[in-house]
Design a protein around this ligand. Structure first.
Ligand SMILES: [Zn+2]
Length: 387
């Protein structure tokens, strides 16, 4: 056994279960939080989707509420995961619906039901309203290419509709927010470059960066080097879903070194290579992680991976990802960290502050947000007699 293998294997045994001295519910609920990884379309609530889908008379295979209840993505290719560091469950989980709808299918139906700038503003506002209930103070939302039936808006019009939702949330909830242009990795590198060119040519104060998303198996990070280079030259933030569906630690190194990402979404399969684990720990790479996924059979694997990443001392911050569809919330993700992943008061505090530090707010706003978080957490700690 090499030294590197020894580094990874022993702490992987961090047990499933609550922290030894768990923080109280009231502390966790009031902990100020940041969500850096949340997809706008995935925030849409069952009730909103039902209303929009009925308004547009969408041809659906079931009632909209039933579709939301039965969202369940099946693993892309079970054969890929035969021999991973953390075993990936094969087969179905107990309670999985017989007929289910993938997250991507549900997302397509949501997009079809959105018909105006007002619809876009509404779902952004509701995303912030939902986040506010978790104690989220700053939210960064991925959005997709403007769909053909809304092409009259263009990127500028769509961004203005999103921005109006953020402004309303700033006013009503005292939150801040930014948008992230999602780069669909199932499409070509040329398409990505064109999307980034539009972002660069249409700057908006609320458009802070780009993020590679969709199924990792459908598009390797190398395909997007040119698009990411252009984004970097324009000073945009850069992130990517990585080491999520492909059991490759190297993809994360590619995202960091070739794409210039300043944070990573997911990253569980960095555990495949102890040298990569050491490297991302030493570089202080921040990972946005979600314990809940639409692949229901994978949830135990997700949580085991997050426990292993914590045991390896990696810099994690929880995210809600697609909270309307799983469903989950950022508060629930923090609760899972405490109750199933054993996160202590110190770890949870660090996760919240890390969210601020890794955000794409301008430096002065980020510093102000950090000061307010520190003061608020100190008050909370005193109130709950926590060190
Ligand atoms: Zn995501």
């Amino acid at each position: 056994m090499t030294g590197a293998e020894a580094t990874l294997q022993s702490p992987i045994a961090r047990p499933e279960g609550p922290a030894a001295d768990p923080v109280p519910d009231a502390w966790l609920a009031a902990l100020p939080k940041v969500d850096l990884h949340c997809h706008l379309i995935g925030t849409v609530r069952a009730s909103t989707f039902a209303e929009l889908a009925r308004r547009e008379k969408l041809d659906l295979p079931d009632e909209p509420e039933a579709i939301w209840r039965d969202i369940n993505s099946l693993p892309p290719d079970p054969g890929l995961y035969a021999d991973t560091a953390i075993p990936v469950p094969q087969g179905r989980a107990p309670g999985e619906p017989d007929v289910s709808y993938s997250l991507f299918q549900a997302s397509k139906w949501v997009v079809e039901s959105l018909r105006s700038a007002d619809d876009l503003t509404r779902i952004v506002y509701e995303a912030f309203e939902g986040a506010h209930a978790s104690g989220t103070r700053h939210l960064e939302l991925f959005f997709d290419d403007v769909p053909a039936h809304l092409s009259h808006l263009g990127l500028a019009g769509a961004m203005e509709a999103y921005a109006e939702g953020i402004r309303q949330a700033e006013r009503d909830f005292g939150m801040t927010g930014r948008m992230i242009k999602g780069i669909d990795r199932s499409l070509s590198g040329e398409h990505a470059l064109e999307q980034v060119r539009q972002v660069v040519d249409t700057p908006h104060e609320y458009l802070a960066g780009i993020g590679l998303d969709n199924l990792e198996t459908a598009g390797p990070p190398e395909r997007f080097v040119d698009a990411y280079r252009l984004a970097g030259e324009a000073g945009l933030g850069r992130t990517a879903h990585s080491s999520e569906h492909v059991p490759s630690a190297q993809n994360t190194i590619t995202c960091l070194d070739e794409l210039g990402c300043d944070r990573i979404d997911h990253g569980y399969y960095v555990l495949e290579d102890p040298r990569v684990v050491d490297e991302v720990r030493e570089r202080g790479v921040v990972f946005t992680v979600g314990s809940t996924t639409s692949r229901r059979s994978w949830r135990p694997w997700r949580r085991a991976s997050i426990r292993a990443m914590l045991a390896q001392g990696l810099a994690l911050t929880p995210c809600s990802d697609d909270p309307g569809m799983f469903p989950t919330s950022l508060a629930n993700e923090y609760a899972i960290m405490r109750d199933q992943n054993g996160s202590s008061h110190a770890e949870l505090t660090a996760m919240a502050l890390r969210g601020v530090d890794a955000s794409w707010l301008p430096a002065s706003e980020r510093a102000a947000l950090r000061s307010s978080f520190e003061a608020e957490i100190a008050r909370l700690d005193a109130e709950h007699s926590l060190a």
